[in-house]
Design a protein around this ligand. Sequence first.
Ligand code: RIB
Ligand code: CA
Length: 307
Amino acid sequence: MVLDCDPGHDDAMALLLAVADPGVELLGVTTVAGNQTVEKCTVNARRVLSLAGVSDVPVARGADRPLVRPLRIADDVHGETGLDGPLFDGDPEVPEAATTAAELMVDVLAKRHEPVTIVATGALTNIATLLADRPDLHANIEQIVWMGGSTERGNVTPYAEANCFVDPEAADQVLRSGVPFTMCGLNVTHQALVTDDVLAAFAGIGTPLARICVEWMTFFASTYRRLWGFTAPPLHDPVAVARVIDPAIVRCVDANVVIETAGEWTAGATVVDLHQYTGRPATARVAVELDTTAYWTKLVDAIARID
Ligand code: RIB
Ligand code: CA
């Protein structure tokens, strides 16, 4: 798996799941502007891998802005650093790769003898660029699994989810590419609520890393309470990783999905035809149900596996 992300508190937890679950071979981490600037997201990705003691997975910086729109960051949700909460001294040990995100993805896809899964937990800018630049590599991608969109309403506008809203043109291009695509949207990630019991399970691990995870999720809880009135915050991004680890954790259905890029009030909306109103063919697998017990067990086990 290659994980393309914009850490981000929930991206950080997705990274840790990908690092520690025995079912995942993490081949590279690429970053994209979204929750914060790509500079900050890249430092955060390096920070997470450093905290996990992972030094053999390259971290490469990707797009610093969406394909055509100005960047809109989510510092109201993730803070000034993009990963506010616990304070860290100095630069993370894990370095930034000398290659760009595009070069790293091309390298991984070209060299592997078997197709690679790309999990994306931010805007799809890097992936759209890759697919446009290298059509010869489409067949080397097993699937793209994205945390983004929604079968219902949005979280930054009434109809747009944040990762889609940041770069709707990129999401549109990726969906039109024909590469197998799974969308894990808000309708399913809002089932992944960090309740007090979940937080207690992480706290019970007792390692320094688990304590940091608890601090991250506590910060995330505070912004979700303030901005949206949630009593427990949804931990979105690990849902996409969990879908790859064990598809049974995230039940999906096939549906036609198109992206609204032109709507005056609805740009970034994912228009999901769950009921075949349009007669258009399915363009994606769409997540509809989360096995929350299995999900939290996977995540807690993963964090506990890291010393
Ligand atoms: O809407 C949720 C998504 O937006 C998550 O990926 C979160 O990290 C933010 O990027
Ligand atoms: Ca994210």
